[in-house]
Design a protein around this ligand. Structure first.
Ligand code: ADP
Ligand code: MG
Length: 684
């Protein structure tokens, strides 16, 4: 062949400035593209050999990457199929290129997309090079060597050369802005990132060893990859140790994984891989730890869209030639193959968990606390996963026993079904601060779950929807008889006036706690129970807690925490306090109460008389009288309140009881706590 000049066949004026301009962000992938072309060429030769189309020597089936700092070149050398001049013309000179401008504009920040779309793998070399030279010789018997050269303009030259061995050498003359690709450490780290598990040995320089106080080169090739990574092998040939070692190869600094799943499917798509359940660091979830490969070439470790969101907590490798890796993320999510893959992975993970649950329940339980966050996340975010997980998900009680949902239902159904037929799941989220409530529930023969995980609240809400007639109630959300209502409970024996006055009395002694509200209530809980108890409404609390992870519910977040201070009027100490109070101010406030009652009655009559009249039909006089009555009642109340408060502040027993209730909920702090301690020593 005579030396030949030609134009690279693109419809766009000049492709190179475009490549340089738009692909700035990911320059480094040129190396991945060139090395994988070299690997492809090598694999092709193996295939040809195995089908008998190539019978020549099968020497040097590796790929070498070389840098020459002085010449300013980076070369990728293979001994694969090579190319004839005709093939260069066909595969290199003709670039199918349509709708280029539009596409480039759309994906200008996603070089993967551009490269994949146009088959520009080879041309990505021009992102970092001023000139690219190909020296190649086809594996075919009678072929001659060819040299192709292009300096970044659409013109190329091509000529015959003497080349002894089969294969291809691509030489990049690295441009000034990309000189770092001539640094050994840089290139080595890129090769380790993209080429670590390629199926053909990748050689980069010589191995070094420590000798006489410095690193010196040996005569052994430095092979940077592992050609048969575990996921490409048959599970039957692998031991637990192999899996664990491979895990550490992927994540050198991590603790051993809890368990793993070997994925292997041929239809309707190809996918292999190993997913690991890592030991999660509760404060630091590392997402994006799964690595995506395409025929052993590393593509990305951001796998959104390919695996369901909750699987992002897993680690490991997924390798599939069928995932359209070279397209944008949004496209990925709507791709039907990707959806199928995502569904498949979910199914496999659920199967594996079920298998562990069935085969080795003990082992499963020991791992439960670590994998629970993952399973709950899955149940909450994926209906299909929920349906599978409900048979192996575990509930753990305060005593550390584990139950499946079904087992737990059977355990509590006799004792914890309320009068309306609802099954009540009692739970605590803090063994220590809720100790007293837990003990109270246990004394009733109830079982209490420990639900202290980040997602437990959400799970409780979900289970309430999914399981019929079930409710989750935290042990401190009400007094025992109200937690699981068996019959209509007896009410307290106080009348309205007493209740109002005594409530005022207790309320006046509640320590001030920021952003918290307290309602005083009286219940007859039984003589042996505590005098005072603080409870927090289940619904409001859960809403507030969920709000902290779901920004949409900020309405609840802004509300103060609302607690009930429950006064047990069966308790002898409470009885004493009430008696003493009655002796002290009972006579004084009795006439005030009579007064209030009379005035209220009058006001009520006035309202009745005018209640079907329009605002402007009511005589001015009547309005006046009503307002006056209301003012007087308010004044009387105030007067009464002052008497009650004054008394309350003098009764150290009352104060002590209130403080004790707060103390046992870990809510007595600062000055209030110090006052309590002082008062206690005085009382002693
Ligand atoms: P793709 O690899 O997606 O086909 P590339 O632009 O990377 O696109 O390469 C274009 C074509 O050039 C390849 O399909 C192959 O036929 C040929 N080619 C590239 N590099 C080599 C090589 N090292 N040895 C043999 N053929 C090669
Ligand atoms: Mg390629």
């Amino acid at each position: 062949m005579d030396a030949q000049k030609g134009s690279i066949n693109v419809t766009s004026e000049n492709i190179f400035p475009v490549i340089k301009k738009f692909l700035y962000s990911d320059h480094e992938i040129f190396l991945r593209e060139l090395v994988s072309n070299a690997v492809d060429a090598t694999q092709k030769l193996k295939t040809l050999n195995s089908v008998g189309e190539y019978k020549g020597p099968m020497n040097d089936l590796n790929v070498e990457v070389k840098i020459d700092k002085e010449a300013g070149t980076l070369s990728v050398i293979d001994h694969g199929v090579g190319m004839t001049s005709g093939e260069i013309d066909k595969y290199i000179n003709q670039i199918a290129f349509s709708g280029a401008e539009e596409f480039l504009a759309k994906y200008k920040n996603d070089s993967n997309a551009i490269i994949g779309h146009f088959g520009l793998g080879f041309y990505s070399a021009f992102m970092v090079a001023t000139k690219v030279v190909i020296k190649t010789k086809s594996y075919r018997d009678d072929s001659v060597g060819v040299e192709w050269e292009c300096d970044g303009s659409p013109e190329f030259t091509m000529k015959d050369i003497d080349k002894k061995d089969r294969g291809t050498e691509i030489i990049l003359y690295i441009d000034d802005e990309n000189k770092d690709f001539l640094e050994k450490s840089k290139v080595e780290s890129l090769l380790k990132k993209y080429c670590r598990y390629l199926p053909v040995p990748i050689i980069f320089g010589k191995k070094e060893e420590w000798k006489d106080g410095k690193m010196v080169e040996t005569d052994q090739d430095n092979i940077i990859n592992k050609t048969e990574p575990e996921w490409t092998k048959s599970p039957a040939t692998l031991t637990d140790k192999d899996y664990i070692n491979f895990y550490h190869d992927l994540y050198p600094m991590s603790e051993d994984p809890l368990f793993w799943i070997h994925l292997n499917v041929d239809f309707p798509f190809h996918l292999t891989g190993i997913l690991y359940f890592p030991k999660l660091d509760k404060n630091n979830f590392n997402r994006n730890k799964i690595q995506l490969y395409c025929n052993q070439v590393f593509v990305t470790d951001s796998v959104e869209g390919v695996v369901p969101e909750f699987m992002m907590l897993l680690q490991g490798v997924i390798d599939s030639p069928d995932i359209p890796l070279n397209v944008s993320r949004s496209y990925l999510q709507s791709d039907s193959n990707v959806k199928k893959i995502s569904g498949y992975i979910t199914r496999k993970v659920a199967d594996r968990l079920q298998q562990l649950f069935n085969d080795d329940r003990k082992e499963f339980e020991t791992k439960w606390d670590d994998i629970k966050i993952f399973i709950e996340f899955g149940m909450l975010s994926d209906e299909k996963f929920f349906d599978r997980a409900k048979s192996f998900t575990l509930l753990k009680n305060i005593d550390g026993q584990y139950f499946s949902l079904e087992e737990y239902q059977n355990l509590i159904k006799d004792n914890q079904t309320d009068k309306d037929g609802q099954l009540i799941y009692l739970y605590a989220n803090d063994k220590d601060t809720q100790y007293q409530y837990i003990e109270n529930a246990k004394a009733k023969g109830y079982d209490v779950l420990l639900m202290d995980g980040q997602l437990d609240n959400h799970l409780a809400s979900m289970l309430e929807q999914k399981l019929e007639k079930s409710r989750f109630v935290r042990v401190d959300s009400d007094i025992i008889p109200n937690l699981i209502k068996k019959d209509d409970i007896k009410t307290d024996s106080l009348n309205d006036d007493e209740r109002r006055v005594y409530a005022e009395m207790f309320k006046s002694q509640i320590p001030t706690i920021e952003n918290s509200e307290f309602i005083v209530m009286f219940e007859a809980v039984g003589a042996l129970d505590q005098p005072l108890l603080i409870t927090q409404n289940e619904f409001m609390r859960r809403m507030k807690e969920m709000q902290s992870v779901q920004p949409g519910m900020s309405f609840y977040g802004k509300m103060p925490d609302s607690f009930n201070l429950i006064v047990n009027i069966d308790n002898p100490l409470v009885k004493k306090v009430l008696e003493k109070a009655n002796i002290s101010f009972g006579e004084e406030i009795a006439p005030i109460n009579v007064d209030i009652k009379e005035k209220n009655l009058k006001a009520e009559e006035l309202r009745k008389a005018t209640h079907d009249k329009k605002e402007d039909e009511i005589p001015v006089q009547d309005k006046e009288s009503l307002r006056k009555l209301e003012d007087e009642v308010a004044d009387l109340r105030k007067k009464e309140e002052d008497i009650v408060k004054k008394y309350a502040s003098s009764d150290s027993m009352l104060k002590q009881l209130v403080d004790l209730a707060f103390l046992s909920n870990n809510m007595l702090k600062g000055e209030a706590l110090s006052n309590f301690i002082k008062r206690s020593t005085q009382l002693l």
